[in-house]
Design a protein around this ligand. Structure first.
Ligand code: AMP
Length: 220
């Protein structure tokens, strides 16, 4: 099964994708995580991506398409993938279609996470992440037991530079302008589904599983 999670930043795509990936045994491919890793390692891609990511701007389409093309050719993605945070623009969506064509594959599902703007803002600016493993906390609804420390591995919590208020505002604007139109792009096909991303975590997972089960995706 080849699946895309589509939706605004802060919609919970990453959290849900990690759960779904474990449950259905397909790799979770999060382009934002790949870029952050490249930035942390100081690779050529990381140096290029940094200025865009920190400001909440999109990394150029050609760069992203090349990155995803390489990733989809890895052995673990042969049996299916769960893309999170890609595609984000019309050229990326068209590029993905062309790439899948060349690989004699196609998208089976595009799930759109619908969440109101005010909820997104609140979620993003209160988010803190652990340095060691990326565990996610939130000031309001999932505070760590010890402030500034991860409950699971004790590592330091940090705020993503792009979760600061100016960058969050820009990311939401970029989403509206460039990514939101993809809803219509995919809705026109039979593969489009929608979930209420403002529901509770467990409830969203339950609904996603129902969608994937109905599409015939097997659990591990
Ligand atoms: P995310 O973790 O998905 O919110 O992504 C964090 C940042 O990485 C975004 O704000 C962009 O700067 C960059 N990024 C991630 N995925 C893409 C993409 N598909 N196209 C362009 N930039 C991206």
């Amino acid at each position: 099964m080849n699946v895309v999670f589509l939706g605004p930043p802060g919609a919970g795509k990453g959290t849900q994708a990690a759960r779904i990936s474990a449950c259905y045994g397909i790799p979770h491919i999060a382009t934002g995580d790949m870029l952050r890793e490249a930035i942390a390692r100081g690779t050529e891609l990381g140096r290029l991506a940094r200025s865009y990511v920190d400001r909440g701007e999109l990394v150029p389409d050609e760069v992203m398409l090349r990155l995803v093309e390489e990733r989809l050719q890895e052995p673990d993605a042969r049996g299916g993938f769960l893309l999170d945070g890609f595609p984000r623009t019309r050229p990326q969506a068209e590029g993905l279609d062309a790439l899948l064509d060349r690989m004699h594959r196609r998208l089976d599902l595009v799930v759109f996470f619908r969440v109101p703007q005010e909820t997104l803002l609140r979620r993003l600016v209160g988010r803190w992440i652990c340095r060691a493993a990326g565990h996610v906390y939130h000031e309001d609804h999932r505070p760590p037991r010890v402030p500034g420390r991860c409950d699971l591995d004790g590592s330091e919590l940090y705020q993503r530079p792009d979760d600061r208020p100016e960058a969050v505002a820009r990311r939401l604007e970029v989403y509206e302008q460039q990514t939101a139109p993809l809803v219509e792009y995919y809705r026109a096909r039979g593969v489009f589904r929608e979930v209420d991303g403002a529901a509770g975590l467990a409830e969203v997972t339950r609904r996603l599983c129902a969608i994937l089960d109905e599409a015939g995706m097997g659990r591990v």
